[in-house]
Design a protein around this ligand. Structure first.
Ligand code: PMT
Length: 405
């Protein structure tokens, strides 16, 4: 996958900066041609000469940048790049990237390139966990950047925690599983896709609701991947803590009924629908107008629930033959059997079945594993990988299905 690729490796300031040299070597072993950008902070840990000798190419640094020689180095390098890889990426570099800064050679090159982008963080565990870093990470994901999860282990400070730089061999093997080819960038151009995300809320009273563990990450990743594949995307979303993906129209909803209304009114004008939302199957028969009070004579409260509308079932009834409809199946047992039943019952073109009983995939986390079940009976299981990677694979399947229609 890296064979003959032009990789621009941005090395930022970290105790792990020296591992950037080993990473450059691993990338070359995998067949890539590597050029390096060193941040000013990285230059305090490692020298440009090391990277120039390894890559046989000039290294872009802040001191060598923007001379009055008529060359615009960061644009030349950005245009040359097939894959932009920031590794190790410090908290500061992530903040620059997430905010679109272009105030040094590294951030200007990053901003200027249209190539796929991967960030490999390395920092102290408290800096990694800081709200600002996590917010920046989410923004990068929303912008379509792949952010690898740092390792947990002994840090330079002498204690263990998450934030350790991944080993160069691990980085290269993870790159092989990521969808980094720019080939899907026009795969859905001209298509209007509806994507749903998050867990719907069913109100019991003005201050309480029934919901589920969905974070919205899977659906937001699908919306981002579809937008990057050239689609016009409407993201219909239950409440989440995620930033709005760039270039996507957002329709906020709360309840299953609101989601049903939003989907069914927009579907006639759309080419397809991906239902990643975790939809409540039941809602209270009545929602109280005022906050439900505890009473002294009653230790129990009985809730009466009724079924919510099945949105995909309603979609199936009105679906045009040229439309592509994709569902997910969230299962805790009999994943494939239940998934196949949903594929057939809901007349789907494609279903992504995921096991939500596992802690490492499914709800909430950054990773997932799905088995794609196709209408013609064949199936394809992904490895455990980022939701972003799964979303890109899903979108390439959607593009293929459109082509076959
Ligand atoms: O949001 P994350 O934290 O990233 O988690 C991702 C996820 C686990 C929520 C996601 O990958 C996922 O599985 N989404 C579908 C969850 C779900 O509602 O699955 P289900 O098996 O209950 O429903 C099957 C399909 O029917 C789904 O596409 C669902 O959106 C749809 N449905 C369900 C109920 C209903 N009343 N109407 C529907 O259309």
């Amino acid at each position: 996958m890296l064979q003959d690729k032009h990789v621009t490796l941005t090395v930022s300031g970290s105790v792990a900066s020296y591992k950037g040299a080993a990473l450059a070597r691993e990338l070359q072993r995998a067949g890539a041609t590597v050029r390096v950008v060193l941040t000013a902070a990285a230059s305090r840990f490692v020298t440009a000469e090391t990277f120039a000798a390894l890559t046989k190419a000039p290294v872009l640094t802040d001191t060598g940048w923007w001379h009055a020689d008529g060359k615009i180095d960061h644009i030349e390098l950005a245009d040359w790049t097939d894959l932009a890889l920031a590794a190790p990426a410090s908290a500061n570099l992530m903040a620059q990237f997430a905010n679109g800064l272009a105030d040094d050679a590294a951030s200007a090159t990053w901003l200027a390139t249209a190539a796929p982008k991967v960030v490999v963080p390395a920092m102290n565990t408290h800096m990694w966990q800081a709200a600002a870093t996590q917010r920046n990470r989410q923004q990068l994901l929303a912008d379509g950047v792949q952010v690898l999860t740092p390792a947990t282990g002994l840090l330079a400070e002498g204690y263990a925690g998450q934030g350790r730089f991944l080993e160069p061999t691990d980085i290269v093997s993870q790159l092989a599983t990521l969808p980094l080819d720019a080939q899907t960038t026009t795969a859905l151009s001209g298509k209007h896709l509806l994507v749903t995300a998050g867990g719907t809320r069913e109100r019991l009273d003005p201050v309480r609701f029934l919901t589920n563990d969905s974070s919205g990450k899977m659906g937001y990743a699908v919306a981002t991947a579809a937008q990057q594949a050239g689609a016009d995307v409407t993201l219909i979303t239950a409440p989440t803590k995620l930033p709005v993906p760039s270039g996507v129209t957002v329709v906020p909803i709360e309840s299953t009924q609101e989601l049903a209304d939003a989907v069914l009114t927009r579907l006639p004008a759309a080419d397809g629908l991906v239902m990643a939302a975790a939809v409540a199957d039941f809602q209270p028969v009545t929602a109280a107008d005022q906050k439900i009070k505890k009473t002294t004579d009653n230790d129990e409260l009985v809730l009466r629930l009724k079924k919510t509308p099945d949105i995909l079932q309603a979609v199936a009834a009105n679906k045009r033959p040229d439309q592509v409809v994709v569902g997910f199946a969230a299962e805790t047992q009999n994943l494939l059997e239940n998934g196949r039943q949903k594929l057939t019952k809901k007349h789907l073109d494609l279903l992504a079945a995921n096991d939500v009983s596992r802690a490492d995939i499914g709800f909430n986390g950054d990773n997932n594993q799905v088995t794609f079940l196709f209408a013609d009976g064949h199936s394809d299981q992904t490895p455990v990988t980022s939701k972003r990677a799964i979303a890109t694979t899903l979108i390439s399947h959607v593009a293929e299905i459109f082509n076959q229609k």
